[in-house]
Write a protein that binds this ligand. Structure first.
Ligand SMILES: [Ca+2]
Ligand SMILES: [Ca+2]
Length: 189
């Protein structure tokens, strides 16, 4: 009988140890998995953040350029609706207002040097205009003033001998994410 009880104790002891080892093993695997997950997430987050930042910038830039193009077209249409020369001073070759101020401009070159910083009702967008005389050389339009074909908002310097029957209008709309410019040639014919 004594031997039988000893046998019972001897049989239960290994089972208890096995369960403990299994529990420890499960805990160890969970810890390893946690470390692996942290490592993978740590590696994946920086590229994902950069990708998200890049997508956000591209989206904002596309929107800004689209809006800038709209504002440039809007002002260009307004300028093109004006006369080629001032109705009250048609022989004056000087480019610029003839004593008027916006919105009373009555010829296209009155807008030479005109700017809006920022455009009313469009914060963040600036708009400016240059007008110079141009001539067709072969298949290329070249400005006659100095500098020819200005690319910024500074009005070019034009002398009376630079005058032609063509005026080059450039509207530039700028935004911190990108610019949009439109160029049109109008004629006095
Ligand atoms: Ca005028
Ligand atoms: Ca004028």
């Amino acid at each position: 009988m004594q031997n039988y009880k000893d046998l019972e104790i001897y049989q239960f002891a290994p089972k208890a140890q096995s369960a403990k080892r299994k529990a420890q093993s499960a805990k160890a695997i969970t810890l390893i998995e946690m470390v692996a997950i942290i490592a993978v997430v740590g590696l994946a987050i920086p590229p994902l953040m950069l990708m998200w930042q890049d997508l956000s910038y591209r989206s904002a830039r596309a929107t800004a350029i689209s809006q800038a193009t709209f504002y440039a077209q809007e002002l260009m249409e307004e300028i093109k609706s004006k006369d080629f020369v001032d109705p009250d001073d048609p022989t004056n070759p000087a480019l610029g207002p003839n004593g008027e101020t916006y919105p009373n401009f009555d010829d296209v070159d009155d807008f030479n040097g005109y700017s809006e910083n920022p455009i009313s009702d469009a914060p963040g967008y600036n708009r400016c205009v240059t007008v110079d005389y141009a001539d067709l050389s072969g298949s290329t339009w070249t400005g006659n003033c100095s500098p020819p074909n200005p690319a910024d908002c500074n009005p070019p310097t034009c002398n009376p001998e630079d005058a032609t029957d063509y005026k080059r209008i450039r509207v530039l709309v700028s935004h911190r994410f990108g610019d949009s410019s439109l160029v049109t040639i109008v004629s006095g014919f």
